[in-house]
Ligand binder design. Structure first.
Ligand SMILES: [Zn+2]
Length: 217
């Protein structure tokens, strides 16, 4: 006995197979199968590990400014030079950060907050806030080694600081002192925004003026 290609039972199973294949194709179109290695989630890289991840590829073993050992560090632990930035660009000191905090609050009060807000929105594209502008400080976006831009500043100043502020209010304000023991003098909102605060007295890291308005698109 030979197989009958027109056997109704076989035909049915072939149709079923076709339908199943179509279904699988549809499913693949909705959720394409992942190929290649799964990328590491960004938020799994925290703390000193993240600083190491952003250290230059051909990492120097000594600080080009003071000669101190800097193996694997993002910033020199002796002079504060930031490895991914031009020579002479240092982390802002703890004293300056604290001065900036006081000045920021003073400016907010003196301008009834609204003036500070308008000023802040104008200098956010340069990685600054009003106090940071007056004190020649700048917020740097670490992965791209450049000044933070408008949305990152907005996220850092309002969203990240808001979340950390809530956390601080129930933990004796301890999170506000984070930069005292952080190797890169980062506050927790700096970690959330992947930023550093540097002193830039000569405006070397001021971004070039964009062709059109510098407010968000
Ligand atoms: Zn150094």
């Amino acid at each position: 006995m030979t197989e009958n290609p027109h056997d109704p039972a076989e035909q049915k199973s072939a149709e079923q197979k076709k339908a199943e294949q179509k279904k699988a194709e549809q499913k693949n179109a909705e959720h394409p199968p992942r190929t290649g290695p799964r990328p590491a989630p960004r938020w799994s890289q925290r703390g000193p590990a993240s600083a190491r991840a952003y250290a230059p590829v051909a990492a120097p073993t000594v600080c080009p400014v003071c000669g101190g050992p800097v193996e694997g560090e993002l910033t020199c632990q002796f002079c504060g030079q930031v490895m991914v930035l031009p020579h002479g660009i240092h982390l802002s000191t703890v004293g300056l950060r604290f001065g900036g905090f006081l000045l920021e609050n003073l400016l907010m009060i003196c301008t009834l907050y609204i003036g500070w807000l308008i000023w802040a929105f104008l200098v956010f594209p340069r990685g600054q806030t009003p106090a940071k502008q007056l004190l020649h400080m700048r917020v740097i976006y670490i992965p791209e080694a450049r000044a933070a831009r408008w949305w990152r500043m907005f996220f850092r100043e309002f969203i990240a600081k808001g979340i950390i502020g809530l956390l601080a209010s129930v933990t004796l304000l301890i999170p506000y002192f984070w930069l005292l023991w952080d190797r890169n003098r980062q506050e927790l909102w700096d970690k959330m925004a992947t930023t550093l605060v540097i002193t830039d007295p000569e405006d070397r890291l001021r971004p070039p003026r964009p062709p059109a308005a510098s407010l968000p698109e």
